[in-house]
Design a protein around this ligand. Structure first.
Ligand code: NAP
Ligand code: HSE
Length: 438
């Protein structure tokens, strides 16, 4: 059979890894795909670097437009990242009848609806396994393996850089800036690393998973996003003392009032497997009504783990290339005309448990005032610890875990607690999820 001819846009971390994996495992991959997969053209701003990687195997150009319009190219692999050029090149490739493989979650979370509609019209495939959780085949699992289930919720560590930072800070006592620099050097971080530490990259990924899990359009603009920059060592330590770990989680959940879509630092019980996922590794728990809770674990970033997903998409396309578009797996798992318009819940309406840390005078009545404010808002306390005051101090740290409460009630209670005469400073609030099988 004729080979599938690839045009590769970008030979950075992932593009370079894709080249390496395709070259090293060529024989195995051909036996699986049923035909050769060959990189015919490469576009990168740095032509010399691209030539160094490709040798004489591929035509190299600085102009990506040449690749996406070239008649000899069957599949365009977009690995340049970003929104503007990536969107234009992807739409142009589709317009020229090319299938597209991309690792670009930012592009899909923001412009996925437009891109999938264009691909649908042209009868071409958009494959994006590498866009979520690097090497973990979570898109395949959600779209195909779990297709019998009504998905109830997904909770995941889906940003390797921030998990790496949290792990190194806790284990080695390193500063945030030192660990971030290491992550950038290792090729884990996004071009703009604030995407990693502010939770934006994780929000892109949870947006994509929510769309596939619930059959809804991509709605990145409605995702609630909070990063790890404000986490303190005290909170990490207090959480541990109470039997919890703090992780940056992406969470999406089906509720009777709408769909939760959120990213924030989260306490999770230390006994859960996912709480012990360290470094750049990612893990995702998916709860389906039939299967129960399932866990997917693996490298969430890096050249070859991500290339593993890119090449898997290429093999899928090589196999499905000639199939009638109506008989392929739909891009978002559900038939495009049957997507649901169930709303995304405002963060104020989300119900979860909370860790609260506050400082109060070590005087009679202080605790009573605080618990009264919580009770007035219908917030029930699950556990409470009052730390000993330091030598010569008259203030103490109080740590509380609540039962499930509605976010807007917790925010109102925090505002009231901060005004009490016997409390000082700001209340720290971190959400808590059990992530159990129920
Ligand atoms: P990268 O190392 O920065 O590589 C991107 C390459 O594309 C660079 O060589 C860049 O050149 C080139 N480029 C950018 N714009 C171009 C244009 N318009 N025309 C030609 N070449 C262009 O990025 P990466 O880490 O491989 O990431 C690529 C994509 O994969 C991103 O969407 C990212 O979010 C995603 N991803 C990355 C990982 C990971 O572990 N790194 C994991 C999963 C998904 P310059 O350097 O000169 O700009
Ligand atoms: N910057 C991302 C991360 C790369 O750290 O997880 C993988 O998407």
């Amino acid at each position: 059979m004729k080979p599938i001819r690839i045009g590769l846009l970008g030979v950075g971390t992932v593009g370079g890894g894709t080249f390496t994996v395709l070259r090293r495992n060529r024989e195995e991959i051909t036996r699986r795909a049923g035909r050769d997969i060959v990189i015919r053209m490469i576009a990168d701003r740095d032509v010399e670097k691209a030539r160094g990687i490709a040798g004489d195997d591929a035509v190299v150009t600085a102009d990506a437009n040449e690749v996406v319009t070239h008649p000899d190219i069957d599949v365009v692999v977009e690995l340049i990242g970003g929104y503007t050029a990536a969107r234009e090149l992807t739409l142009k490739a589709i317009d020229h009848g090319k299938h597209v493989v991309t690792a670009n979650k930012a592009l899909l979370a923001s412009h996925g609806t437009e891109i999938f509609a264009a691909a649908q019209r042209k009868g071409v495939m958009i494959a994006f396994e590498a866009a979520v959780a690097g090497g973990i085949p979570i898109i395949k699992a959600l779209r195909e393996g779990l297709t019998a289930n009504r998905i109830e919720w997904i909770g995941g560590i889906i940003n390797g850089t921030s998990n790496f930072i949290l792990s190194e800070m806790r284990d080695k006592g390193l500063t945030f800036d030192t660990v971030l620099k290491q992550a950038q050097k290792l090729g884990y971080a996004e071009a703009d690393p604030t995407f990693d530490v502010e939770g934006i990259d994780a929000a892109h990924k949870i947006t994509i998973m929510a769309a596939i899990a619930f059959g809804i359009p991509m709605q990145f603009d409605k995702a609630y996003t909070e990063g790890i920059a404000k986490l303190t060592r005290e909170d990490i330590r207090y959480a541990e003392e109470l039997g919890y770990r703090i992780k940056l989680l992406g969470i999406t959940r089906r509720t009777p009032r709408g769909i939760e879509l959120r990213v924030h630092p989260t306490l999770i019980p230390a006994r859960r497997l996912i709480a012990n996922v360290e470094g750049v590794m990612n893990a995702i728990v998916v709860k389906g009504d039939a299967v129960g809770a399932t866990l997917y674990y693996g490298a969430g970033a890096g050249a070859e783990p991500t290339a593993s997903s890119v090449v898997a998409d290429l093999v899928d396309i090589a196999r499905m290339h000639t199939a009638d578009p109506k008989h392929r797996v739909p891009h978002l798992a559900f038939q495009p005309e049957l997507l649901s318009n169930v709303p995304i819940l405002e963060m104020d309406e989300v119900e979860t448990a909370y860790y609260l840390r506050l400082r109060a005078m070590d005087k009679p009545g202080a605790l009573a005032d605080i618990t009264r404010v919580l009770a007035e808002r219908g917030i029930s306390i699950d556990a409470m610890v009052q730390k000993e005051p330091s030598e010569g101090e008259d203030q103490v740290d109080i740590i509380m875990l609540t039962h499930l409460a509605v976010e807007k009630n917790v925010n109102a209670a925090i505002a009231s607690i901060q005004k009490l005469p016997l409390t000082t400073g700001k209340v720290t609030r971190i959400r808590l999820e059990e992530l159990g099988g129920k």
